[in-house]
Design a protein around this ligand. Structure first.
Ligand code: ADP
Ligand code: MG
Length: 344
């Protein structure tokens, strides 16, 4: 496409060549990677292709005053991987487009790609291309991820039925707690009352979340989950998506929400209920999924054998039930509408 040249400080073509030299990896599935008009890949016969894309805008989704370019790259890649994980697919190929503002240096772009590629290498995802432009104001990053899954096997949001168990992987609320710690003043009392190890755990969960790719594949291949979504907006918001798509209601057991010891300790220093963090906190990138009652014993057995941490947090109800949560004293309240959208 004909367009204006990249920002004067950054030479577009040398940059692309450097990115290619540093980050291109071989794969028998790649017929042509970076360097031609388009990439060409071969997809295994009988597979379904899963595609997702994300556009991240400086000042909206991330803030380069509080996040390093490397962590922006890391989290951008992980958010896309998490979407493919929530479909139960294998992530394979990545395209990255960037629009670079004048203030950014080449070193920042390389740091961003280092963060991004550390995720790709860990999950065996290959960078096969992208596009580069100048931006008058602010950094833009668009990531497109291609995954594959066996034909007929994909986890959708719309398969939950009344009576299914509601489950979640890992722990909830850590990322929000970590973000609050990162953005609160260093000398504030809550920070000093929290043990250094807990603070480190929470901020690391925010900066370096983990997409549950292996868990998604397991749930999909064994046809264990009836519906799945990744927790990117917060449990209450994402459960709402599943319920709306599946036309069902849900009952959440607040006592059963999996909350890490560090998150509990943080909630105590703030004098808040940790369940609030778990319900509202986005960007944990855990999987929220539903399982038919008859498959729950098998799910438990296999999760234990594979050492996957999963927790049952409620039950799908008929639509008229709405979304309710039950506290330890048995009282039921509507699940709050809180939903969290923030990149940094
Ligand atoms: P075109 O003008 O056809 O878009 P480009 O010069 O933009 O070609 O791109 C040349 C090659 O470099 C293509 O393979 C493209 O996918 C790749 N590429 C361009 N920008 C990036 C980027 N930011 N990250 C990774 N690959 C890129
Ligand atoms: Mg181009």
């Amino acid at each position: 496409m004909a367009r204006r040249k990249a920002a004067p400080l950054i030479q577009e073509f040398p940059l692309i060549r450097q990115l290619q030299r540093r980050h291109e990896r071989r794969s028998p599935l790649i017929r042509k990677g970076i360097g031609d008009d388009a990439a060409v890949v071969s997809i295994p016969a009988g597979a379904w292709t899963v595609l997702t894309t994300d556009l991240l805008t400086e000042g909206i989704h991330f803030d380069l005053r509080t996040a390093s370019p490397a962590s922006v790259g890391y989290r951008a890649a992980m958010a896309n991987l998490s979407d493919v994980a929530a479909m139960g697919a294998t992530p394979r190929f990545l395209l990255v487009s960037i629009a670079i503002p004048p203030a950014l240096r080449t070193a920042d772009i390389h740091a961003l790609y280092r963060g991004l590629m550390s995720v790709c290498d860990r999950y065996d995802v290959r960078l096969i291309g992208g596009d580069t432009s100048a931006s008058r104001q602010g950094l833009f990053i668009s990531i497109t991820l291609l995954g594959t899954t066996t034909r007929g096997h994909a986890l959708f949001r719309n398969g939950a039925h009344a009576g299914d168990g509601i489950y979640v992987t890992g722990t909830l609320g850590d990322s929000l707690a970590g973000l609050q710690l990162l953005t609160s003043r260093r000398d504030s009392r809550q920070g000093t009352r929290l043990a250094a190890a807990d603070r480190h755990f929470l901020t690391d969960r925010h900066r370096h979340p983990t997409a549950r790719v292996r868990e998604g594949l397991w749930l999909n291949r064994g046809k264990l989950a009836t519906a799945a979504i990744d927790v990117s907006d917060g449990l209450s918001g994402d459960l709402r998506h599943v319920c709306e798509e599946s036309r069902v209601g849900a009952e959440l057991d607040l006592d059963r929400l999996p909350i890490s010891p560090a998150c509990c300790a943080y909630a105590r220093t703030r004098g808040i209920d940790p369940a609030t963090l778990a319900l509202a906190g986005g960007e944990d990138y855990e999987l929220l999924f539903t399982v038919a009652a008859r498959d729950e014993p098998k799910l438990d057995r296999q999760a234990r054998a594979k050492r996957f941490q999963i927790t049952k947090i409620g039950t799908i109800r008929p639509r008229r039930f709405g979304l309710q949560s039950r506290a330890s004293d048995g009282t039921r309240v509507p699940v709050p509408m809180t939903s969290y959208r923030h990149f940094d």
